[in-house]
Design a protein around this ligand. Structure first.
Ligand SMILES: [Zn+2]
Length: 95
């Protein structure tokens, strides 16, 4: 959960619920990628690394086989992992 103090302008990220991945607040096996589309993951990663994460970051701890399976599956949904896309591009917004 993300809380924002509008007076001080500070942002606090509370821990993910017990049983959830503490990096993305989703439920997944340790050998599977973090949920790159999770707001929790996006905010946590930004706070730690000073930049926005993408699927390559979410997959970085996975084996080569798992990375390939996910990269291919995401490509099947129109998401170019190597281009840094997180979500399917909106129709009419082609690069
Ligand atoms: Zn995770």
């Amino acid at each position: 959960m993300v809380t924002i103090n509008s007076e001080s302008g500070t942002m606090t990220l509370l821990p993910a619920a017990p049983g959830k991945c503490q990096e993305c607040a989703s439920t997944h096996d340790a050998d599977q990628p973090h949920n790159a589309q999770s707001l929790f993951y996006q905010v946590r990663f930004q706070m730690l690394h000073g930049r926005t994460p993408d699927w390559r970051d979410a997959l970085s701890h996975c084996t080569e086989d798992v990375r390939k399976i996910w990269t291919d599956a995401l490509a099947g949904h129109g998401i170019d992992v190597e281009a840094g896309q997180i979500n399917q591009p909106m129709k009419g917004h082609r690069r």
